[in-house]
Design a protein around this ligand. Structure first.
Ligand SMILES: [Zn+2]
Length: 359
């Protein structure tokens, strides 16, 4: 008999079969990786980490390996690797690299039946385990598309600790922005029910690093906690079935910057900028606002999170802000009130967030 009371059902969720976060994780997973494939394996990688991939994965049977470079997370790259998988009867794809490679492969795995192993070489966003991939269209615009959750996640903290600091800083920015997204989840409570589990996961994820401001970003402890936080964050989105627990008004501002192709910020830097602006604007509006520690940690870790640092003029920032509420259909955030907020208040929030010395 079919249970018609949906809320009494337990939910069916896809989860990675295995998660390994530790120092030397790739070598420690050699047995697992060797046993994964009965056929051909594609190692999809960033050209910049080709040598590192070859060294790290040297224990795999080279006769079954095809190495394939991903130059961008766009439709062309996805169809190239898709064709390669079809022609060579590939049953396993190992995504070795940053967000670009992971996103392209996660999208591929949602379209084609392959096992997906992700080995991030940097911790720049919560894309590692999320069911969303950022894919560029022909015009260079970013699209957020449904993607497969990887079957295996191997985070080698030695490898990630060697990533450029700016990428790690961006990862911290993306993770701390959960606090802002969760405020919007609460804001929207009357119109969109809060999913308690995804809320809890997204909050615990960000709690991992809230007090990390005094540590150096290549400290193995911070790399480990950041990795765990970003993975939990991706799973929170999987639980929720959408990106709400990790994407509120601050992400809408970042999406608007992408849409208008403004500045040169990484995703995590742009959402950190959005988090700061939204924090000060919420305060001026008398809305519940962030734990100030979030701002302290963003600043303490020197995360580039002001328009000036990301090459965005004040005027352009406000252009992006204006269209931000329309960036995700159906996403309710406190910016739904934007049209009714006085200009002076919007400007004051900008000054509070980005020009603290001039006050
Ligand atoms: Zn994000």
């Amino acid at each position: 008999m079919q249970n018609t009371i949906g809320k009494l059902n337990t939910r069916q969720l896809e989860f990675p079969a295995q998660l390994i976060v530790r120092q030397n994780a790739v070598a420690a997973s050699s047995e697992l990786l060797e046993q994964l494939s009965t056929n051909k394996v594609v190692i999809a990688l960033d050209e910049g980490v080709r040598q590192l991939a070859q060294q790290s994965l040297a224990f795999l049977d080279q006769r079954n390996l095809i190495t394939h470079a991903i130059s961008a997370a766009d439709f062309e790259n996805i169809s190239q690797i898709d064709m390669l998988c079809a022609q060579q009867q590939v049953d396993t794809v190992i995504a070795f690299g940053g967000g670009k490679v992971l996103d392209a492969c996660k999208r591929l795995a949602s379209l084609r039946n392959v096992k997906l192993v992700v080995i991030p070489t940097a911790l720049s966003s919560d894309c590692i385990s999320s069911p969303v991939a950022v894919i560029f269209d022909k015009e260079g615009k970013k699209l957020s598309l449904p993607a497969a959750i990887p079957n295996f996640i191997i985070v080698d903290t030695d490898i990630c600790a060697r990533a450029p600091t700016r990428l790690t800083q961006a990862g911290v920015g993306d993770l701390l922005s959960n606090y802002s997204a969760l405020l919007d989840m609460e804001y929207a409570e009357k119109q969109a029910e809060i999913d308690g589990f995804s809320f809890l996961l997204a909050k615990s994820a960000a709690n991992e690093i809230l007090y990390m401001g005094s540590k150096s970003l290549d400290d193995p402890e911070i790399i480990n906690q950041l990795a765990e936080g970003l993975i939990l964050s991706g799973l929170a989105m999987g639980f929720s079935g959408d990106s709400r627990p990790c994407s509120g008004a601050e992400h809408l501002i970042s999406h608007a910057l992408d849409f208008l192709q403004l500045g040169h910020g990484l995703h995590g830097e742009q959402v950190a900028l959005g988090t700061k602006y939204c924090h000060y604007l919420r305060k001026l509006l008398g809305l519940p606002s962030l734990n100030p520690q979030v701002i302290t940690t963003l600043d303490g870790l020197n995360i580039q999170s002001s328009p000036a640092a990301l090459g965005i003029s004040r005027e352009d920032f406000f252009k992006a802000l204006e269209i931000a509420p329309s960036m995700r259909k159906g996403r309710i955030t406190f910016l739904e009130q934007l049209a009714h907020i006085p200009q002076a208040t919007l400007q004051q929030a900008y000054a509070d967030a980005f020009e603290p010395l001039t006050q």
